[in-house]
Design a protein around this ligand. Sequence first.
Ligand code: SF4
Length: 98
Amino acid sequence: MPNDSWNPSSNSSGKTSSNKVAHVNKTEASIIVEKCIGDGACVAFAPNAIRLNSENIAVIEDQNGASDDELLLAAQVCPVKAIQIRDKKSGKKIWPLD
Ligand code: SF4
């Protein structure tokens, strides 16, 4: 069986045990739950990092379940700017822009 790419989640048989990839991110996402309207747009862009809870409110499931770029995109598609992105090291807010 050809192996056209290296996959850290592959087991010794070459089968993929999970599609999740752990990212080492420089940014951190947080949800302003009071703003969330539960449309799920963010989940579509970062499904391994953000999910909707039983009340249809977005929650961070795994900060490293999406790349920095994917988290930023998820925040940028939020229609009510309920997702903040901060630089982990400096704490500086990257999104939303004021
Ligand atoms: S895109 Fe924004 S409003 Fe929609 S579910 Fe995500 S956080 Fe909530």
